[in-house]
Design a protein around this ligand. Structure first.
Ligand SMILES: NC(=O)c1ccc[n+]([C@@H]2O[C@H](COP(=O)([O-])OP(=O)(O)OC[C@H]3O[C@@H](n4cnc5c(N)ncnc54)[C@H](O)[C@@H]3O)[C@@H](O)[C@H]2O)c1
Length: 361
């Protein structure tokens, strides 16, 4: 398989389902995981797409990721619901958490759903899109328990995870406005993608093991490990800290400190506190017009033709449109790692080769 090849989304989806069924997932679980990973690739976030497969398989083999499990309710306070993710696939646990949170927001107009102890919940924008598709605004604070990947400003070693923050605003006749990013200068997965491609990461994102700035993604992939920096210096750090507390402590889960450090980089345990709001209940008859006027106003700022002004979420919409037509690009190193992982869980060589053949076609 050549580097730079593009894979058709439906065939890649069928492959991902087959891999997780091979690992032992029931059909619905394999489908939910494939839906999520393919959607992340289609949205342009390859750091949270099919490239996660080898890590999930390692986490399962090490006994961290638990297959065929579900989220369970720990406390039901009406508009506030707390769930234990039971180390289930985050693609299952977060799906269930959002469905229950949306049902509560329908009932009460506002709801908070706290999910802790879930395995990796992937691209947070996906969960916000689930809320937006139901007509709701949502705000998500997420932590990554026990990973020391990101340095607190102005510290020189990793003390917490890439703690994403996300918010969505649905619009009646247009795509939802979506803010969705790691509070680190770049997502950890982007160092994996750069490392596989053999390219540097942008300056200002990484420090090496001695705390010195570097652009070499190996600093996050090979020991001795360095750390990611937060985005926007102290501002990113402060937001990351709030994600840690709201996503980790308030959700009934854990924050990152000496006692909770994970023994494996593949044990990705997320906590997420989500606030879901019904925009219809705000008494804001001008809301749509005001939103549209702002969008038009900012887009009218002078800019070069080749660098258009985008609204939050627009980059993903454009990338999705392009990849649905052209396919999902995957570098040779990532594809090799995925195939090796599929072999490791016993996917028959003939089945793997048949997928390779279909994907190459
Ligand atoms: N589950 C986890 O533990 C975890 C941890 C970290 C990150 N993540 C996920 O990783 C993904 C990637 O994160 P990232 O930090 O690399 O994201 P990023 O730096 O690519 O930023 C994405 C955000 O910026 C917006 N955007 C992009 N270009 C824009 C432009 N020109 N104008 C206006 N807005 C623009 C996008 O619409 C989106 O909201 C996210 O989906 C995040 O949820 C998950």
């Amino acid at each position: 398989m050549n580097s730079g090849h593009r894979f058709s989304a439906p065939t890649l989806h069928a492959f991902v389902e087959a891999v997780f069924r091979q690992m032992g997932s029931h059909e619905q679980e394999a489908r939910l995981v494939a839906d999520h990973l393919i959607a992340a690739n289609l949205a342009g976030h390859d750091s949270h797409g099919v490239g996660m497969i080898p890590s999930y398989i390692r986490s399962f083999s090490q006994g961290h990721l638990q297959i065929n499990r579900h989220a369970s309710v720990i406390k039901d306070a009406g508009a506030i619901l707390t769930l234990d993710g039971n180390r289930a696939f985050g693609q299952v646990a977060a799906h269930e958490a959002m469905a229950q949170g949306i049902a509560r927001a329908r009932e009460h107009g506002i709801a908070a759903v706290a999910l802790h102890n879930s395995h990796h919940i992937g691209r947070i924008g996906y969960w916000a899109e689930q809320c937006a598709a139901a007509g709701f605004v949502s705000i998500h604070f997420v932590n990554v328990v026990g990973t020391r990947m990101v340095a607190p400003f102005p510290g020189r070693d990793g003390r917490f995870g890439t703690n994403p923050f996300c918010a969505v605003f649905p619009r009646k006749n247009d795509f939802p406005l979506l803010l969705d990013y790691a509070t680190s200068a770049i997502a950890f997965g982007k160092t994996r993608v750069a490392w596989h491609k053999g390219v540097p990461v942008p300056p200002g994102c990484l420090i090496d093991a001695s705390g010195e700035p570097t652009t070499d993604p190996a600093a996050m992939q090979e020991p001795p490990l360095g750390a990611l920096l937060t985005f926007a210096a102290h501002k990113g750090y402060a937001l990351a800290a709030m994600c840690e507390i709201l996503g980790g402590a308030l959700s009934g889960g854990e924050t990152t400190h000496q006692e909770t450090l994970q023994e494996s980089a593949d044990a990705i345990i997320n906590g997420m506190t989500t606030v879901i709001l019904n925009p219809e209940l705000f008494g804001a008859p001008e809301c749509d017009r005001q939103t549209a006027a702002f969008a038009e106003w900012v887009k009218a700022s002078p800019h070069a033709e080749e660098a258009p002004i985008l609204l939050p979420g627009e980059w993903e919409v454009n990338t999705r449109r392009e990849r649905q037509q052209q396919g999902i690009p995957l570098d040779a190193g990532s594809w090799q790692a995925i195939c090796d992982a599929a072999r490791q869980i016993g996917m028959p060589e003939a089945e793997l080769q048949s997928f390779c053949h279909r994907l190459a076609g």
